[in-house]
Design a protein around this ligand. Structure first.
Ligand SMILES: [Mg+2]
Length: 381
């Protein structure tokens, strides 16, 4: 069996899908994308496809080595995401070839359902309580929210109070025994984060995510030591090597993205690395159905899985949502806040190929907003 054809599809709301077909007619799907840079990743996939065409698709690990390291220059979001999407597609092909779900090929299931969380609130939510009530009604036992909008490098008393007030409102709406995770999006400096983390502790967040930017990862050891709440990070880390210092710093939760951190192959290895530090796995996934399916396959095989992000109804999903390109939404029918393990081969989902091709004709030009502080200077989004 040989890889015969590799195509990419730029589809709303902000995704890029890839489709890999073999000369036997087996088709695998992947989601190689960096949010806001989809066209750049598409070009990277086109370059990597030159190597894969004509190759045996079942040599996944060998292809991962060559695609990741064979170009001499390596790493970073664009190349790692291009490899990630192709890796997902190759695992999908392997599963369909062997008649097994990917988690069976990763060593077999270690759980029968995987906890997922829902998003509430954009960056300036006005109806947090109503949104939380709706998610609780839908069965979710955990939600995630942004901590703050644009925040001064040294958060003011008003900004700090606003963060605490928003998380307090969420805690009140959730009640004492459902979970809230708080995403800082790297908008705090370490000094601000230390103060905010202390004030959030009485609200018992499940974890606080990206308290500082990835380039300030060298400050994580001090932050972990000062933090009374578990810290999470990883959506902007792209390999085991980049997770190693964060794990050694003592983060509680590793959040690799299946579409950024080298795909199923590398995220499964990151999970194992995290296990040696007693850290839990909570894959980042504000993306589409293929990335989520890949995350769930790892979730069913990784002993230290904690919870999976998913994008249904997320504020980014305009013009299309998680289920828009699926023939059957059943794999993402969450019951009691959990996705249930299926036995369909490969990634376990079936794409509506006609819908994908039609959507690609429209495409998208999604870009994240550029924020400014009140004085006109650049603000982290
Ligand atoms: Mg995040």
């Amino acid at each position: 069996m040989k890889i015969d054809r590799i195509e990419t599809f730029l589809v709303p709301p902000r995704w890029l899908f890839c489709r890999v077909e073999t000369d036997d007619g087996v088709v695998g799907w992947g989601e190689p994308v960096v949010e806001g840079r989809a066209e750049v990743v598409r070009a990277a996939v086109d370059v990597l496809a030159e190597y894969l065409l004509g190759q045996d698709p079942l040599r996944i690990q060998d292809h991962w080595q060559v695609l990741t390291k064979g170009g001499f220059y390596r790493g970073g979001p664009v190349l790692s995401s291009a490899v990630a999407g192709l890796d997902q597609a190759l695992w999908d092909i392997a599963g369909k070839t062997y008649g097994a779900p990917v988690h069976a090929l990763l060593g077999g299931p270690v759980r029968d359902r995987a906890r997922v969380y829902a998003w509430v609130g954009g960056d300036e939510p006005t109806q947090l309580a109503e949104q939380i009530s709706a998610q609780v009604e839908a069965g979710f036992t955990a939600v995630k929210m942004n901590a703050a909008g644009a925040t001064s490098p040294l958060a003011t008393v008003a900004e700090t109070a606003a963060v605490v007030a928003r998380v307090s409102a969420a805690r009140e709406a959730l009640g004492p025994y459902r979970d809230v995770a708080v995403d800082c999006h790297g908008r705090f400096t370490a000094a601000s984060a230390r103060r905010v983390l202390t004030e959030l502790a009485p609200l018992h967040p499940l974890f606080v995510e990206e308290p500082v930017l990835p380039e300030h990862g060298h400050l994580l050891p001090g932050l972990v030591a000062a933090s009374p709440v578990p810290l999470a990070t990883g959506e902007r880390l792209y390999s085991r090597a980049e997770f190693l210092p964060a794990l050694a710093a003592g983060i509680a939760v590793a959040q690799p993205d299946l579409s950024h951190a080298g795909g199923i192959s590398e995220v499964h290895r990151i999970a194992s690395l995290a296990e040696t530090y007693g850290a839990q796995l909570a894959p980042h996934c504000p993306l589409g159905p293929i990335a989520l399916a890949a995350g769930l396959q790892v979730a069913f095989a990784a002993p230290n899985f904690l919870i999976q992000e998913q994008s249904r109804g997320i504020h980014y999903n305009k013009d299309a949502d998680l289920l828009s390109y699926l023939v059957d939404p059943e794999p993402f029918r969450f019951v009691d806040g959990h996705a249930h393990r299926g036995d369909a081969p490969g990634l376990g989902i079936t794409l509506d190929e006609a819908a994908v091709r039609a959507a690609d004709r429209t495409g998208h030009r999604w870009r994240n907003p550029v924020w400014r502080h009140a004085d006109g200077s650049f603000a982290e989004w």
